[in-house]
Ligand binder design. Structure first.
Ligand code: AMP
Length: 893
């Protein structure tokens, strides 16, 4: 529908533009293009002169430099450049030899335009010669010729020949030629009193004379006495021979000025009554017609003739009754003339063009007999259309292309046909109005759609009270620690270093591709003090090279910004329980008792090493059972902060220590002790022999159901049963149940962040992204947060909201990983962009969202009742970890 509308409008616009652009007769208002003295289209050989002062002031240097609207200073600079450019051997102007005659009739600068042109304007300029010259023509005349033999002096409408020229050597002076000239050759003839040397640069403006008419021959016009008033209908600007009949010239009928409806008034100020028209009285033409002969530059194929006629019936002036045109290409007139009778309106008294079809007749001369239909016949313009020649009102019709058109004159000497103009303007206004209406409707629809979507989102997810207009509240949990500890200024930039592997993406960049969120993400604002750090620890514990898993790839390092929002840092009672106190139970372990054994991996803060901790058992709380005896060293994992870590990273490291120290659950990795008295800071955690769950599962194969009890290996890989897998998931659910009891949101639950100990013991680790979200202290994505988008709920990605329910979403994905034995990345067939788009589909909830497929080993009930329920759009409808835990356990029963 819209396309059709647009096409129709385009068509209309096109048609109208065509009407506007293509005119059958020359319009002096438009025909004002520089003809090429300045632009170079006029060749040097076409510029000649009667004489020149020296070689450096020869005719070819008489090209005007056109720098309109330039200040004098700028003009000087441009002139300077131009002079240097084109006058390596010249002084930048034509200067004739010493002017020998008082009126300057002898000296001229001549331009050959190579074809007939309608010239409406001339420009002149003096010689500056880079400050060395000060010559210019104060006055000049113009002569012109159509054939190079017959020269006519240009006269203004009152007969004056001298044109006022320049007053200084810099400025360009433009003069309208009233009447315009139709010529091929033009001569500029300086007029001087010998008091100064004269130099000139010139330019001509106009367009090609497409009519091709070189002369018309008509009976001279008559005089009317109207109520005692003399009204002259003579052709006052005719440039040919004038006697009883005007011959070999052009005049008012080709000057581009169309008479007014009332012939008593003229378009041109100060002219006498009847000036615009050439007219004849019936009384002196006994045959009842006026004969006109039109001579053309060459044989042409004529399609039509347009005659602008007055039709002031009340004054006994009427459009001709009939016209008969004869054609001649050689010496004889052809026998079959064309006769045309215009449909004359008796009602309208307005002057108008009458189009006479000439039937594509070929001729070099046309003779037309215009028959009277009343006492008077008045013509103001006659134009011919031949071949495909048309005047284009928007482009310079002269070939090749020229500079910009010099705008219409200020004085309203000429006008387009009023009625046509009014229609065209009306059409254009109508089209603009239609277009505006369409645009408004489209915009309104979009706004309305957005409003609906927003409203439905509120209804469906009424817990989401957070607005999309996001302040600079930090995505990074590190802010709260920093701030609460008073160790960070609100605006300080925290550089959170993440290894950017395929599991972590920069959603803000991707979300921008979702149309309804593009704006929202704009609102998220740019990070005020974001900065990037060069890579320091380029690998996660598992890399593509180390385990072959493609989604744990080596990656860049990115940074996150610290929050400036104080509200995030306020701690609740529960938080205080979690974080407060003097950490009396947190024991400093003597680092010299740590014996390095091997490197286990590398994380966000630094490296993780396997160490023997001598005497560790003495440091442990009673509740902690760990293998070993007080004599033998205990194996521990030691996470060390990089030495080059900045203050914020250090604070975050300490914060993670505090968090972990308070978390005590069989399915949460236990922090045993710390080394924080001196650098490098270390946290000592229990050692999980089988590394992270992702890596662990990758190396396993699924047992068939019948072989559940068998311990076996296949292809060198250990086998694992479905029951064991579910058991692992139960353990994770149990650990998450514990965290949820503390209102503690992990934010990065995935197999990669779970560790595997002996006997398939699973413990949740990596609290790098975790934060307590009690009382709805939402964390929002901001800046260049790099997030595990394939594990994240739609609201975490789109709204930056992390809750227990979003942890449940991640648990669903983790369960899927477990049951597929981490053989592929979630949504592996989707690009990151497509994952974000899919997130948009979850948001839109139109049934187009793609869910992770049911793993082959997964029973339908577990998939539909549990896994899919973790990915419910409405966060409230997702199960709690308590329920998940129960459900999973029951599913094994
Ligand atoms: P993290 O900095 O916590 O992400 O740890 C990086 C990597 O070190 C993990 O992916 C594990 O492979 C390994 N790792 C971390 N902690 C332990 C641990 N307690 N026991 C065994 N391996 C660990």
């Amino acid at each position: 529908m819209k396309i059709i509308e647009v096409k129709l409008i385009t068509l209309h616009v096109f048609i109208i533009l065509q009407i506007v652009n293509v005119k059958a007769q020359v319009n002096p208002e438009i025909c004002r293009y520089p003809l090429g003295m300045n632009g170079g289209q006029i060749q040097d050989e076409d510029i000649s002169a009667s004489s020149h002062w020296s070689e450096s002031t020869a005719a070819r240097f008489g090209r005007q430099i056109v720098f309109f609207h330039l200040s004098r200073e700028k003009l000087l600079i441009r002139l300077h450049a131009r002079l240097n450019f084109d006058n390596g051997d010249g002084d930048g102007a034509w200067c004739p030899d010493v002017m020998s005659e008082q009126d300057g009739l002898k000296e001229y600068l001549q331009v050959d335009l190579r074809s007939l042109h309608f010239i409406t304007l001339v420009g002149t300029q003096g010689r500056h010669a880079d400050g060395m010259g000060n010559e210019f023509a104060q006055k000049y005349r113009i002569k012109y010729s159509r054939d190079g033999n017959n020269w006519m002096s240009w006269r203004d409408r009152k007969g004056g020949q001298v044109i006022e020229g320049n007053r200084n050597a810099y400025d360009i002076v433009l003069k309208d030629l009233e009447p315009p000239i139709i010529a091929r050759f033009v001569r500029f003839m300086p007029v001087t009193d010998h008091s100064m040397i004269v130099c000139m640069r010139v330019e001509l403006y106009g367009c090609e004379w497409l009519d091709g008419l070189v002369s018309y021959s008509i009976p001279d016009g008559h005089q009317m006495i109207y109520r005692g008033l003399d009204v002259f209908f003579n052709d006052s600007v005719y440039d040919g021979l004038t006697s009883e009949r005007l011959t070999k010239g052009l005049g008012q009928l080709t000057d581009g000025t169309w008479g007014l409806d009332d012939f008593l008034h003229s378009r041109i100020y100060g002219m006498w009554p009847g000036y615009d028209y050439v007219g004849w009285s019936n009384k002196t033409f006994p045959k009842g017609y006026v004969e006109m002969i039109f001579d053309f530059d060459h044989i042409r194929n004529f399609t039509s003739m347009k005659v602008h006629c007055n039709n002031m019936v009340s004054h006994r002036v009427r459009v001709f009754r009939q016209v008969t045109c004869f054609f001649r290409s050689g010496s004889e007139w052809e026998a079959d003339p064309v006769t045309f009778r215009p449909a004359v309106s008796h009602m309208s008294q307005s002057a108008n063009f009458v189009t006479v079809p000439l039937g594509d007749r070929t001729a070099k001369t046309i003779k037309c007999r215009f028959h009277f239909s009343d006492l008077w016949m008045l013509f103001s313009e006659v134009a011919f259309q031949s071949g495909s020649a048309v005047y284009n009102t928007s482009m310079n019709p002269r070939k090749p292309g020229h500079g910009p058109n010099i705008g219409p004159r200020d004085d309203p000497t000429h006008k387009l046909d009023d009625s046509n103009t009014r229609i065209l303007i009306g059409c254009l206004v109508a089209i603009i109005a239609i277009l505006m209406t369409i645009i408004v409707i489209i915009l309104w629809r979009q706004v309305w759609q957005k409003m609906l979507e927003k409203a439905s989102r509120r209804l469906l997810d009424d817990e989401l009270t957070a607005r999309l207009a996001i302040q600079t509240r930090a995505f990074s949990f590190h802010n709260s620690s920093s701030s609460s500890e008073g160790s960070s200024t609100p605006n300080s930039t925290y550089e959170r270093i993440y290894p950017l592997c395929a599991d972590y993406q920069e959603p803000s960049r991707l979300i921008r591709k979702l149309p309804e969120f593009a704006q929202s993400m704009e609102n998220l604002g740019t990070v005020s003090q974001q900065k990037e750090e060069p890579p320091r620890s380029p690998r996660r514990a598992l890399t593509a090279s180390s385990d072959g898993a493609p989604h744990y790839a080596e990656a860049d390092i990115i940074s996150l910004q610290e929050s400036s929002d104080g509200s995030v840092h306020s701690l609740t009672a529960v938080n205080i329980n979690l974080f407060a106190g003097n950490d009396s139970s947190m024991r400093e372990f003597p680092r010299e008792k740590l014996a390095f054994k091997e490197k286990l991996g590398e994380g966000q803060f630094g490296e993780v090493h396997l160490c023997e901790a001598d005497g560790m058992l003495d440091y442990l709380d009673e509740d902690l059972s760990i293998e070993g005896n007080s004599e033998s060293p205990v194996l521990v994992a030691v996470k060390t902060l990089r030495e080059d870590a900045n203050k914020n990273a250090r604070n975050d490291f300490l914060k993670e220590i505090r968090i972990m120290f308070r978390l005590r659950d069989p399915n949460i990795v236990r922090l045993l002790a710390v080394c924080v008295d001196t650098d490098p800071l270390c946290m000592i955690t229990e050692y999980m022999e089988n590394g992270d769950l992702n890596q662990f599962l990758c190396g396993l194969r699924l047992k068939k159901a019948v072989d559940e009890e068998k311990e076996e290996k296949e292809d060198g890989k250990d086998m694992v049963s479905y029951t064991k897998l579910i058991d692992m998931a139960v353990q994770i659910a149990s650990g998450m149940k514990y965290l949820s009891s503390l209102n503690f949101v992990h934010r990065d639950l995935a197999t990669r962040n779970c560790l595997v100990g002996k006997n398939y013991t699973i413990k949740i680790a990596d609290f790098g992204m975790s934060r307590n979200l009690y009382r709805g202290d939402y964390y929002r994505i901001q800046g260049r947060a790099v997030l595990p988008i394939r594990w994240m709920s739609w609201e975490s990605i789109l709204l930056g909201k992390f809750t227990m329910a979003s942890d449940v979403w991640a648990f669903g994905v983790t369960l899927w990983e477990i049951l597929t034995l981490c053989k592929e990345q979630p949504y592996s067939q989707l690009s990151d962009e497509q994952v974000i788009e899919n997130t948009g589909e979850f948001f839109r909830d139109q049934g187009k969202q793609v869910y992770l497929p049911k793993p082959p080993c997964c029973p339908d009930g577990v998939y539909s009742d549990l896994m899919l329920s973790c990915w419910k759009r409405n966060a409230k409808q997702r199960p709690s970890f308590e329920k998940i835990h129960t459900q999973l356990k029951e599913s094994l029963a």
